[in-house]
Design a protein around this ligand. Structure first.
Ligand code: C5P
Length: 226
């Protein structure tokens, strides 16, 4: 069977990673969460004191990029987890604090260039499902299947709020809604690789769709191209 590249882009908390993982499992493809890479660089900047509520040392972060090594390693149940300089940060990158700083960090062209190169390497053999904001437009413009996921901001914030509170994070719905809206604004208006639907992407609004239907719809689109 022919192997293809599947790009899944869309706004924050549209469920990109859920469906991307389902597809990768079913097709026996590699799944790459590109957002985890931007989050890990952000965590590094936070740990080094380069970004906080009142300051962001962009030049120091640019200068430190060569000190950052990111890898995905599988855990015992086969799930890929991200490592920052040898340390598993899969959980540490999912906090609301990291979410608050990740979009400003993602506007930096040098950060993007480094991560896009690594993403292209990870997908160079095809047989990959990658989710993010610029996968169909910048990372894999030749991807055989491009999906652009969307849902209402309140629905997306509700899903994210449930996810965070189930993990025990102390957040309010309003904080999560504000973060989702703010990230979407920064991600869509930045100069380098703004979040946008590729002209050849198929847009799916999943506000009213269950996970099962969404998965089967996208799987069929993939099968049609294999
Ligand atoms: O996918 P996730 O919500 O974890 O991504 C976190 C942030 O990383 C996004 O809000 C965006 O700022 C950035 N990002 C990006 N390009 C990607 C993936 C994520 O700029 N391909």
């Amino acid at each position: 069977m022919k192997k293809i590249t599947i790009a899944i882009d869309g706004f924050s908390s549209t469920g990109k990673s859920t469906v991307a993982k389902q597809l990768a499992d079913w097709l026996e493809y590699v799944y790459v969460d590109s957002g985890a890479m931007y989050r890990a660089v952000t965590l590094y900047a936070m740990q080094q004191g380069l970004i906080s509520e009142d300051h962001f040392d962009v030049d120091k972060l640019k200068g430190a990029l060569n000190d950052i090594t990111l890898e995905f390693r599988k855990n015992e149940s086969g799930k890929a987890e991200i490592y920052l300089n040898g340390e598993n940060v899969e959980r540490a990158i999912r906090t609301l604090e990291v979410s608050e700083f990740v979009s400003p960090v993602s506007t930096i062209s040098e950060v993007r260039a480094k991560l896009v190169e690594q993403q292209q390497q990870l997908g160079k053999g095809k047989g990959v499902v990658m989710d993010g904001r610029d996968i169909g437009t910048v990372v894999f413009p030749q991807a055989e299947l491009k999906i652009f996921l969307n849902a209402s901001a309140r629905e997306r914030a509700q899903r994210r709020y449930m996810e965070l509170t189930q993990k025990g994070d102390k957040v309010t719905f309003e904080e999560v809604l504000e973060n989702v809206t703010e990230r979407d604004h920064i991600d869509s208006t930045r100069a380098d690789s703004p979040l946008m639907k590729a002209t050849d992407a198929i847009e799916i609004d999943n506000s009213e769709m269950n996970l099962e239907d969404q998965f089967h719809t996208i799987l069929q689109l993939a099968k049609d191209r294999i």
